[in-house]
Design a protein around this ligand. Sequence first.
Ligand SMILES: [Zn+2]
Length: 117
Amino acid sequence: MKTEAEHFVIPFFKVKEFAQKGERHMALDSVALIALNNFRQRFGKPVRITRAYSTPEHNLKVGGVSNSLHLRGAAFDLDLGEGDIGRKTVMLRQSGFNEVMFYPKTGHYHAGLENGR
Ligand SMILES: [Zn+2]
């Protein structure tokens, strides 16, 4: 098995998809990126990231919790289109995420990875 550092983590995703709009700098959690890559391969369809890294200021503005995984680039909000919510939730967990939520209001999935959990 490859170590974390040996994985290609962004074959499907451009750097700009992870950045907060107008922000040049960001944090990204390498293990969360591997989970996202795993998920994209299983899912087999385009995945649109609606939120990845957030600055503390932006996080506050959108009502995120103060210890949000988005602050560390360890969570991604995803638009996965229509379809079976349960199946997608399970697939996100099987891909390595351990903080998975579906937001019915926006139709987005929150997929986070808290290391050491
Ligand atoms: Zn989120």
